[in-house]
Design a binder for this molecule. Structure first.
Ligand SMILES: NC(=O)C[C@H](N)C(=O)O
Length: 340
């Protein structure tokens, strides 16, 4: 009789929560403040203490890696987080890792980790749309779901995942499609599954290379190159592109209209920049998921440009940076944009 609880404790998975800040750690002046608040206020110990039910799912411990709103995250922050995740993933007494994160750049961090972490242990990135001080705060349940998925054996080998609004999304595909609403995170290809009352229900698997099957490894990445993003619209000119190149961008993500199209007022500058060695990567600013194909709208073969395919501009920046740590060859980079 005495042995039972002990056996139960031993069977529970060990999950580490790495806290980085964001609204999930935010606080507002009153319960009515769902949108007006300060992000990155509450420490990880307080967050964990706020959801006592976590201890039913796993042996949970927390680490405060940083405390920032995610719009302010830098490449150095990404590397710091990535290295800590890798150390924990290598540790025998860690079964799964949760990262609490602001939602503004959550999709970038999730995709970055999906590319560079050589582990099949679950890595779950999670945030919230409302601070914990607000009525109907969503952080508690999102965090509970994240720990549940991180501790489950079923989540192994599926790449970095995101648990928001009861859905399990692929860290590669998911994007913040809407602000204000708690139903903020969507993937153009749909969620992988659902998490309900601590149980995961899976419906599909990621088809793109990730984690164990990736050619990238955080342990080999010393720094990330400068990659900029320039946005297209009617009456656009080449000012932003030239400024990014002048600032030393190794690649520029062109946020094109529609099919990643490029204004005739911008084409000559992009052809020049490519001749000067800058990689030009065409993506799209359409809201529900772009889909850019080679030589559609623009002669990519002739210009030696790259297409981002279905990656949105901010995810294209992540893959371009990681890819450029391995190669400067545009054909190799294009291969990566098809495979990841
Ligand atoms: N909902 C949020 O987390 C937004 C916040 N600005 C952040 O990304 O840190």
């Amino acid at each position: 009789q005495e042995a039972a609880p002990k056996a139960e404790a031993a069977a529970k998975p060990n999950v580490v929560i790495l806290a980085t800040g964001g609204t999930i750690a935010g606080a507002g002046a009153s319960a009515a403040n769902s949108a007006t608040y300060t992000a990155a206020k509450v420490g990880i110990d307080q967050l964990i203490a706020g959801v006592p039910e976590l201890s039913q799912l796993a042996n949970v411990r927390g680490e405060q890696v940083m405390q920032i709103a995610s719009e302010s995250i830098t490449n150095d922050n990404l590397l710091q987080l990535g290295r800590r995740v890798a150390e924990l993933a290598d540790s025998k007494d860690v079964d799964g890792i949760v990262i609490t994160h602001g939602t503004d750049t959550l999709e970038e961090t999730a995709y970055f980790l999906n590319l560079v972490e050589k582990t099949d242990k679950p890595i779950i990135v999670v945030g919230s749309m409302r601070p914990g001080t607000a009525m109907s705060a969503d952080g508690m349940l999102n965090l509970y779901n994240a720990v549940a998925v991180a501790g489950s054996k079923d989540a192994r080998g599926k790449g970095v995942l995101v648990t928001m609004n009861d859905e399990i999304q692929s860290g590669r595909d998911v994007s913040k499609m809407m602000n204000i609403k708690t139903e903020a995170f969507k993937s153009p290809w749909g969620p992988l599954g659902m998490v309900v009352e601590g149980n995961s229900y899976w419906f599909r698997l990621p088809a793109k290379r990730h984690t164990m099957d990736s050619e990238f490894d955080i342990k080999d990445i010393k720094s990330l190159p400068n990659v900029g993003i320039a946005y297209s619209y009617g009456n656009v000119d080449d000012t932003a592109y030239k400024a990014l190149a002048k600032d030393g961008a190794k690649a520029i993500i062109h946020v094109g209209t529609g099919n990643g199209s490029v204004s005739s007022r911008v084409v000559p500058a992009l052809q020049e920049l490519r001749k000067d060695g800058v990689q030009i990567i065409r993506s799209s600013h359409v809201n529900n998921g772009g889909f850019v194909l080679r030589n559609a709208e623009q002669p990519d073969d002739k210009n030696d440009w790259i297409v981002a395919h279905d990656l949105n501009p901010q995810k294209a920046r992540i893959l371009a940076m990681v890819g450029l740590t391995k190669t400067q060859d545009s054909k190799e980079l294009q291969r990566m944009f098809w495979e990841y």
